[in-house]
Design a protein around this ligand. Structure first.
Ligand code: SF4
Length: 138
């Protein structure tokens, strides 16, 4: 899983928007990795209307966001989508884009996009496949 180090410019130091009101979707492998840390999937996952398992928000922040330290509590084990953000895949346009909401979006280069896009597209395809076969709760 090649990581993408966000080349942030300091504009997200105070509030990490990517961890605020998150709709980050998890693969089965993401959930298994996080479960192995001792977390209960019923606590940190919610099912979206279209059948995807997403991170739960608590008081407007991701379940795993530590408001005191402003850090991710499971950073080394965070979902694959979190590792690629702010690079996301636009299904309608069939291309990778930098999320417009990210305050550091201008620090992401076209070289970054090219390097990571194949993995982001494959991740989205996997999420869609898994959602098709997921019955019941996450
Ligand atoms: S898992 Fe971590 S990196 Fe991902 S949205 Fe939550 S706090 Fe942010």
């Amino acid at each position: 899983m090649p990581p993408f180090e966000c080349n942030h410019d300091g504009s997200c130091e105070e509030v990490r928007l990517c961890c605020t009101d998150t709709e980050m979707t998890l693969t089965r492998a993401d959930a298994e990795r996080i479960n192995a840390l001792g977390y209960d999937r019923e606590e940190y996952l919610v099912k979206s209307e279209d059948g995807f398992c997403q991170l739960r928000n608590i008081n407007g922040n991701c379940y795993f966001y530590d408001q005191k330290t402003k850090l991710c509590k499971i950073y080394d084990h965070r979902p694959e989508g979190c590792r690629y953000y702010p690079i996301v895949y636009n299904v309608r346009k069939k291309k990778c884009v930098v999320d417009y909401d990210c305050p550091s979006r201008k620090t992401v280069t076209s070289q970054d996009l090219r390097k990571v896009c194949k993995n982001v597209r494959e991740l989205v395809e996997k999420l869609m496949r898994e959602a098709e076969y997921r019955d019941g709760p996450c």
